[in-house]
Structures are given as structure tokens and as C-alpha cells.
Design a protein around this ligand. Sequence first.
Ligand code: ATP
Length: 254
Amino acid sequence: MASISLDHVSVRFPLYGARRPRLGAALRHVGGIISRPAHGPAHVDALRDVSLSLENGDRVGLIGHNGSGKSTLLRVIGGIYPPVSGSVRVSGRVLALFDPLLGMNVECTGRENVVLRGIFVGLTPRQVMAQIDEITAFSELDAYMDVPLKAYSTGMQLRLAFAIATAFQPDILLLDEQFAMGDAAFMAKAERRLATFVGRAGIVVQASHSERLLRETCSRTILLDQGDMVMFDETDRVFARYHAGIEGKAAHAD
Ligand SMILES: Nc1ncnc2c1ncn2[C@@H]1O[C@H](COP(=O)(O)OP(=O)(O)OP(=O)(O)O)[C@@H](O)[C@H]1O
């Protein structure tokens, strides 16, 4: 059974070398709130005191202005960013489809990268070896599997990364809309595989600026604003609030 539980989670990034802002007031809803303590570096609060609980069957969208914390929330759930306070509990095999080339080495061949990246996404060497033919076939890179990755085009690298990352059906699927997957033909094939995953995964959390996509796939949506979870409710209601403008930030999580 898949489950995700965040209890009063905050994420803060130091901003070394940041200068005094000149447009602070004008940019009110873009980006997290920047603090400049008298001692120590400036920092941005990317997530502030977020609590939520997701269970099997949940299909949850994330919306908010640029820099509101959507990618940060996905990365906290995916175990990439540790919170500065609060706790994160995730149960189930997670597939995080962002930073596709993370963990791959351009000096190594495609085949070697299957092993490297496979272990990076949590597979055992035995699982990787059992899947290598399927990964090769899905990526359609047979002739290039023994060539170093630095000789691949970006799209070829993305094909391999996607084929490895999606070699196993996840319990929890985390999607960031910036994930690119190669040329049009491969994109169509990748989207079909993703659609199967979305249908079968226990929990799906998807960040997007596309209202159409979130209305189609997510029954509930989280509205983030400057690191605050402003609202977590049915997708229709959240978009109504988003379009009406974000006034007052009393979060009412489920
Ligand atoms: N590695 C980092 N170092 C410093 N600040 C960061 C880092 N990553 C994100 N931030 C800051 O955290 C805040 C939230 O960023 P995040 O990427 O989560 O926003 P987002 O909602 O996904 O934005 P977008 O819609 O533009 O993709 C922003 O103010 C951003 O500047």
C-alpha cells in the first residue's frame, strides 16, 4: 500500500551572494519569501509548514505561480531535498520523473549507464540485469548500447534515461511538467507508458501549469503560494480560487 505523510515540513535554501532586492514588492507572488538575517546568509523559504496525507488511489495536482514550491514539494516527497524541520514518511516504490539525466555518467557506455542509473533509482543489480533487454528495446538504442553516452544526442540520452526509470511499475509516481523525453515518436510511446503507470500507481502527484491536464487527471489539487499550502481541495474548487486570486492564506487541508 502506498502512502505519503508530511508533517509540518519546511524547506529553506541559502542564497549566497544575493544582493538587496530592488523589485521586491512588485514580485509579490513570484518565488518564495527571501529573508535577510543580520547574521548569516540570505535564504528563501521554498516550503513553509506543509502538512498533508495521501493514500492509495489519490491523484493530486500541484499548481501555483513560478517559484511557489511545486518542484520543491515533489523533491521532498522523492527524498531529494531534506526538510529543515518537520518529517516526511513515504511508503512504496517511488518513481520521480524529473532530473532525468541525474546519476548518469557521460564517460560510460549506454549499457554501463543502465546499471549506474538503475541502482540510482533503487533497483538491485540483479533486477537491472533482468531488465536490460527490455530497456534496450524500449529505448531503441541497440546499436549504441556499447558507445559512451557523450556520443549520444540529448534526445538519445533522454530516451535511455526514461527507459531505465520506467523499467518497473511504481507505487508512487511523481511528475514535474518539465520532464522532456526525446523526439515526437518516442514522446508518444513514452506518454502511453506513463498513462499505464498513472492508471496503475497507488498515488500520483503531478505539478503542472496546465489546467486541462490537472482537471483530466487529478481529483484533488494543492495550491501553493510562496511556499505556503494555501488550499488542498477538489480540483474545480482550487482552480476557482486560483483564478479569483490568492487572498489570505488560511490553508484548509483535507
Ligand atoms: N537549489 C535551489 N537553491 C536556491 N533556491 C532554490 C533552489 N531551488 C528552488 N529554489 C527557490 O525555491 C522557491 C521554490 O522553487 P520551486 O522550483 O519549488 O518552484 P516551482 O513552483 O516549481 O516553480 P516553477 O513553476 O517556476 O517551476 C523559489 O523561490 C526558488 O527560487
